[in-house]
Design a protein around this ligand. Structure first.
Ligand SMILES: [Zn+2]
Length: 236
């Protein structure tokens, strides 16, 4: 993706985040890597639902601003830069505050139940990083351990960070993480669940492999093999 395309793609992704209610006020930030050492990122202090391509900031991975855009990058860009430095395969990073996943981040509860096949295909386990004071280098340090082996991380008492091989994937992962959190909450409320077995989890990991996707940490399967037939009443 070149710079012009990246600027427009970020505007479009911001509209999705805003319409989904994943950001309020000036929450969130989005970036795209356009060369090994250069990214385009949202400026500080703007609603992600009301951006235009000219606002974007261009900077290098050392944090030096190449083109200032509207008013310079968010202080949260440090997280983005760290993701790109830790994992060269990443070309897009999305940060937002979706209500359900952020609530799990506040509870300190990772999304790690083997209950939702689509979530396991797209994001696997979503861990919770330790709390870090906004704007400090502790924020990038808190997420760094997860960038290679996971698809997303929840930030304690803050929000969610996702990344991907392109912006479409990073954005999809944000939506899947939020859906995983919602479904987990509802399953907890129902008070009963039929999780997938380890064999079934391995099968989903195999699908990822066949799709040419890099391995991610998957939820542990339930010890008991459950295939659904065991709950159908046997005939008369
Ligand atoms: Zn934030």
């Amino acid at each position: 993706m070149n710079e012009v395309q990246a600027r427009q793609a970020i505007v479009d992704a911001g509209t999705v985040l805003y319409k989904q209610g994943y950001v309020v006020s000036n929450d969130g930030n989005i970036s795209v890597r356009i060369s090994p050492d250069t990214i385009v990122v949202t400026p500080t202090g703007v609603s992600k639902g009301d951006m235009n391509p000219d606002m974007m900031v261009v900077m290098n991975l050392d944090g030096n601003v190449i083109s200032k855009g509207l008013r310079g990058p968010s202080s949260e860009v440090k997280m983005h830069l760290r993701v790109y430095r830790e994992n060269p395969d990443v070309t897009a990073v999305v940060h937002a505050h979706p209500i359900y996943a952020t609530s799990f981040a506040i509870a300190g509860v990772p999304l790690d139940k083997p209950i939702l096949s689509e979530a396991m295909l797209q994001v696997g386990v979503v861990p919770v990083a330790h709390y870090a004071k906004p704007g400090t280098t502790d924020v990038p340090d808190s997420i760094a351990p997860f960038v290679k082996d996971y698809a997303a991380v929840m930030l304690s008492n803050h929000g969610v960070l996702t990344w991907g091989s392109d912006l479409e994937q990073a954005l999809a992962r944000m939506e899947v993480v939020e859906n995983y959190a919602k479904v987990t909450l509802v399953v907890n409320q129902i008070g009963s669940e039929r999780g997938l077995s380890q064999d079934q989890v391995d099968g989903l990991a195999g699908i990822r492999q066949n799709m040419g996707l890099s391995p991610i940490v998957m939820p542990k399967g339930n010890a008991e093999v459950i295939n659904g037939t065991d709950v159908i009443p046997q005939g008369n």
